[in-house]
Design a protein around this ligand. Structure first.
Ligand code: FEO
Length: 170
């Protein structure tokens, strides 16, 4: 059985992961509507991943005898100035998510909830990978400059596939 404090912080994370999914979906539809079909695919895939993260929290809370709550989500921004700024916002958002995962680790330790502490490690590692992937994208964007996104748009999913293969140890 989860302690109430732990259940509450995990439910707060359900909201954050769900918002992340909607944020990336909003970025996907903006990029698709603005002619960046490759970047849009990256964001649609990212939105799916975040939805799976939300579901992981939901299932864990319920399996541990709590009650996962589907919250109201704030609407993500619908307009974005440019691709560079968008990925800077993605990095900032992922750093915020990393901090909130760390807060869960801290509370699990304080409350001596070693099951949750162990379970949440998957997310600790996932955040390392997510931040690294976005930093790599930002590095590439800096190399390309603001006006030269054709090749980036074409290749971004290749980068994603290469990262996934590396994570899988291929
Ligand atoms: Fe599920 Fe990107 O944090």
């Amino acid at each position: 059985m989860l302690k109430k404090k732990i259940e509450d912080i995990l439910n707060a994370q359900v909201e954050k992961e769900g918002y992340s999914s909607n944020l990336y979906l909003a970025m996907a539809t903006w990029t698709e509507a603005n002619g960046y079909g490759g970047i849009a695919k990256w964001f649609y895939a990212q939105a799916e991943e975040e939805r799976l993260h939300m579901l992981k929290f939901i299932h864990y809370i319920n399996e541990k005898g709590g009650h996962a709550i589907v919250p109201v989500f704030n609407a993500p921004p619908k307009d974005y100035s440019d691709i560079h700024t968008m990925f800077e916002e993605v990095l900032k958002h992922e750093e915020y998510i990393t901090q909130s995962i760390n807060d869960i680790v801290g509370m699990a330790i304080d409350e001596r909830d070693f099951t949750t502490q162990s379970w949440i490690q998957w997310f600790v590692n996932e955040q390392i990978e997510e931040e690294a992937q976005v930093r790599e994208i930002l590095d590439k964007l800096r190399l390309l400059g603001k006006e030269n996104l054709y090749l980036f748009d074409r290749d971004i999913m290749t980068l994603r596939a290469a990262n996934a293969a590396a994570d899988a140890g291929e």
